[in-house]
Write a protein that binds this ligand. Structure first.
Ligand SMILES: [Zn+2]
Length: 88
């Protein structure tokens, strides 16, 4: 049973990208696919299971843009606080 279109519009990827989802099929089973990170979420008994634990990550991982042509270099690591002595 296809999902209600209005419901589908309300749903979003539960990762940080919060991108819209589209319906798809995986092996005959209905799924929702994130339009940004392409992570796949199952639909069980017509109810989308938008849980990161239940998701199949996209090609670059959950919440990471799957359509990027090439990686934008090494992942950015947060700079440590420029306060080595802890003095405030
Ligand atoms: Zn996503």
């Amino acid at each position: 049973m296809p999902l209600n279109a209005t419901l589908l519009e309300m749903l979003a990827c539960p990762s940080d990208d919060h991108a819209p989802l589209r319906e798809d099929n995986r092996g005959g089973a209905p799924v929702l696919v994130c339009t940004f990170c392409e992570s796949t979420y199952p639909i069980e008994d017509g109810i989308p299971v938008l849980l990161l634990d239940e998701a199949e990550p996209g090609p670059r991982g959950i919440g990471i843009d799957a359509s990027a042509e090439s990686p934008a270099g090494p992942p950015l690591t947060p700079e440590p606080s420029p306060d080595p002595d802890g003095q405030a």
